[in-house]
Design a protein around this ligand. Sequence first.
Ligand code: PHE
Length: 449
Amino acid sequence: MREQFSKIGFVLAMAGSAVGLGNAWKFPTMVGTNGGSVFILLYLILTFLIAFMVFLGELSVGKITQKDAVNAFSDLAKSNKKAWGFAGFFMIGAILIVCFYSVVIGWILKYIYLSFFSLPKNTQEAGALFGNLISSDLISQIICFSIVFIMVFWVVSKGIKSGIEKMNVWMMPALFILLILMLLYSFTFDGFSKAFEFLFRPDFSVLITESKLNIPLILDALGLSFFSLSMGVCVVLTYAASLPENTNVIRSTLSIIFINILVGIMMGLIVFTFVFEYGANASEQGPGLIFVSLMSLFSNLGIVGNILAVAFFIALLFAGLTSAVSMIEPFAFYLINKFGISRKLALVYIGIFVYIMGVFCILGFNKDYSSYFTFFNKNLFDILDYLTSNILMPLSAIVTCIFVGFFVDINKLKNLFVPYMSEVGFNIWFVFIRFICPIVIAIIMINSL
Ligand code: PHE
């Protein structure tokens, strides 16, 4: 019997997985580069029309079977059981993500340390600091990555209840308190109203470019909604395998989505308040918005800036760690079941791979070694990011839709969902899962190639 979460433990752990660097870094950055509110509107629409539906599909596979991803797919398949089991190997995507994701959490750790002492005075200094960290400071990066690595694997080694659930039960509320305090503080700045306007007053002109619908904008919004809900790499499936009986799956899913959106918007308000207050660039790319723009703004506030920077990076650390933990569990759970090995041994195998790949990602940024880790003009970090977000996740979402829509006994799905969404709701969801979601995602994938 699979170890189970408590009801609130599941919502917190799944929200902990969803809320992560995606909300803190990808969300504000993409909103910034894509003109603000319209992007948020698109993100919201796609989250509810597509991501929500697919999320329920993935959840159903785990909840009904209570097995690891490979066994769950093969158990639930009406026919070709063995072949369907391969769909479970999308969980490897989560292992690939954790390799580069932990490197970013390592940078965050370094920035917590830095923020205690001195903050860069302007954007140039902040840019140089960040550039120097990733291009030549191997020692710091490896130390910070190693600390993150040990924390993450230690928590997963404790299992679902006393590791993952326990971590989320205190880190998620702590994250919320930190965010609320920072939000209240940003409220006292003039920049807040500009940030609010930027995020909530739609300017529909960005939707149309050269009198054509801006498709790339729509693609970005969908990709972000998958990544930020941790979908397509069997995390939802694996956590759902530990869902307690009689959980209202619809209410839980909506709570998770609500928390995820709320944190994204809170992060956006905080980041853009400071960006507008001190006139930095709202459309800064990549890690620049957080590690460069925001970092240089804090120094305007003197000692309060140091406190704020420490609080901000601790919040990011919590958000990142609770997500990283969720990426390892699917594969660990599979190895334990498949080979009958202990949790510790499974983690040793996974750990060796993640550690080596993580160090390779770090070397990929280093000025002396990057040439060895650069392929097709992209470094290893970017390759893993692209491969997982743009290829594996959407592909897995399509496979899940087809599987749930056509190869699972419909009565099993009805038993799970009808009590919480009524017969009519179920039929609507089923049309989405069978036709609308896979077709929309396929169009998006083809366009993004
Ligand atoms: N949802 C996490 C975030 O927003 C990332 C993640 C992706 C977590 C896939 C688990 C699996 O940062």
